[in-house]
Design a protein around this ligand. Sequence first.
Ligand code: SAH
Ligand code: SF4
Length: 355
Amino acid sequence: MEGLGEPSYRARQVFDGLYRQRWSGWERFTTLPLGLRRRLGELGFGIGLPQVEKKFVSGDGTVRYLLAYADGESVETVWMPEGDGGEAGDGSPSGDEELADKKGWHRATICISSQVGCAVDCAFCMTALLGLRRNLTAGEIVGQVLAVLGDQQADAERDRLNLVFMGQGEPFLNYDNFMQAARLLVEGVGIPESRMTVSTSGIVPRIADFGAEAIRPKLAVSLNAPNEELRTRIMPITKKWTIEKLMAALRDFPLRNRERLTFEYVLLGGVNDELKHAREVVDLMRGLRAKVNLIALNPGPEIPFAMPLDERVLAFQSVLTRAGIPAFVRRPRGRDIYAACGQLKHTTELVQFNS
Ligand code: SAH
Ligand code: SF4
């Protein structure tokens, strides 16, 4: 604004119009003088959200959006409503029954993408099959949230929303744009940082950077295997950043009051789901304030692994809980529409799973 010869408070008005009011064209910015509105348009400053290209609705209420950007690239963003308040967050009752009656949900989580595709190449993940197509800008990341809120007629400040950076891409390999998006979501859209979680496959140098941020989401780490040999096999990135380096960085990570680290562990039938693996996980967790989310493999074409047996999942969980490590088995969301963890690969042909 100063560059345009305008007073700097105009920047605050633009910010407010974009993120709080969510005005979609300069003509709606009635807080700005008419001449400035025209000039902003003439100078080519565009306002635009990604377009909903496709929308798949699961039997469990989950919605997978295929959102397209101006250059034709698209990503997936997932809307996960909670009817009973029982799963997504901390388990505390919300007491928002009236809202639930009206909308059929009173708490929802949006899972957003940070890149188009992903370069990390985990063997169990469908996004890996896309490769990395490009980074998303901060605006494109925030745009996913605004597009979904608009489509669901939800309101970031009134409704109980959680955000997870767990869609396509490795957020810590698009670090600056991801962080800028997180700040915009906090300061512009009004979603508290305590309701956001970012998941990384373990980009070690960025973990320390992230710990030093003034505003930051909570941290989750995709562990997925308890020793170097096995993890290297299913997550080749382990060759670059070993479990040892990863755990050292996490031990140094400055947790806030009452904050815990989250570890994700995808259970692959017969590969990493044995009791001895659970015991190795217990050893790794020593000295960390952490919880573990166990995710049974979500299957997909070209994924060369099997789902774990239910009893293996429960046995794995009980090894952790008996050792005093809170461990939760995540309910798959939207598997039938390829919306669950690791299934985001622009799939438009849907098949029926028997799970
Ligand atoms: N790239 C980041 C953010 C994506 S989070 C990361 O990997 O952490 C996606 C989560 O889904 C990760 O914890 C990953 O381990 C998990 N995941 C990937 N493929 C999966 C699959 N086929 N079934 C279940 N979970 C999977
Ligand atoms: Fe990338 Fe995460 Fe999938 Fe690994 S699990 S390929 S890091 S999106």
